[in-house]
Design a binder for this molecule. Structure first.
Ligand code: S3P
Length: 173
C-alpha cells in the first residue's frame, strides 16, 4: 500500500476524518501542519505571524519533501499545500491523492462558525471570510481537481469513510 494524501480547502475535514480513514486502511496518520509545529516549534499561525507567509511556504515545501519519503501513511495536508510549486504533481507521483470536496457555501458557513487558528482568516468579518473563500477557491480548485479520487465530503460519516477506504484499496490494486 502506498501513502494516501488528503487534500482540500480549509475546513473540509482533512484533520477530522484523516485518522478514521487511516484506521480503516491500517496506516498511520500524520497532519503536515502539526508535524511542522512539532519539528520547528512553531504552528502555522506562528509562522505566518512571525516570519510571514512566504517563509511558511518554504517550510511547508521542505516538510512535504520529507514526508513524501516516509513509509506509507495517511497524510493530511494544509489547504494551500497542493497549490504551490509542483506539489500536486509530486503528490500524484508519490501516492494516492484524495480531494475532500465540499460546496463553497458550506465551507464558508463552517469557517465563519470557527476560524480556529487559521492565519488566513484572522481578523476577517463574516462578509470578508465569504468573499475571501470564494476568491481563493476559484484559484485553488484547479489544483484540487487533479486528485486521483474526488470524495463528496458533504455529510461525511463512518460508512462514507469505509466506502472511501474501499475505493482507495481498489485504486491501488
Ligand atoms: C492554509 C491552510 C491551513 C494551514 C495554513 C495555510 C491555506 O491548513 O496550512 O494556515 O493556505 O489554506 P488547514 O487546511 O488544515 O486549515
Amino acid at each position: 500500500m502506498t501513502s494516501v494524501f488528503l487534500i482540500g480547502f480549509m475546513g473540509s475535514g482533512k484533520s477530522s476524518w484523516g485518522p478514521r480513514l487511516a484506521r480503516e486502511l491500517g496506516l498511520p496518520f500524520r497532519d503536515l501542519d502539526q508535524w511542522i509545529e512539532e519539528e520547528s516549534g512553531k504552528s502555522p499561525a506562528q509562522w505566518f505571524e512571525q516570519e510571514g507567509q512566504p517563509a511558511f511556504r518554504v517550510k511547508e515545501h521542505e516538510a512535504l519533501l520529507q514526508q513524501l519519503e516516509a513509509p506509507a501513511q495517511v497524510l493530511a495536508l494544509g489547504g494551500g499545500t497542493p497549490c504551490f510549486g509542483d506539489h500536486m504533481a509530486l503528490l500524484n507521483e508519490h501516492g494516492i491523492t484524495v480531494y475532500l470536496q465540499l460546496p463553497v457555501e458550506m465551507l464558508i458557513t463552517r469557517l465563519q462558525a470557527n476560524t480556529g487558528q487559521r492565519p488566513l482568516l484572522k481578523g476577517k468579518s463574516n462578509a470578508e471570510i465569504a468573499a475571501f473563500v470564494k476568491e481563493l477557491m476559484k484559484e485553488r480548485e484547479r489544483f484540487y481537481e487533479q486528485a486521483h479520487i474526488c470524495c463528496d465530503a458533504v455529510s461525511m460519516k463512518g460508512q462514507k469513510v469505509k466506502a472511501l477506504a474501499e475505493k482507495i484499496r481498489n485504486y491501488s490494486r
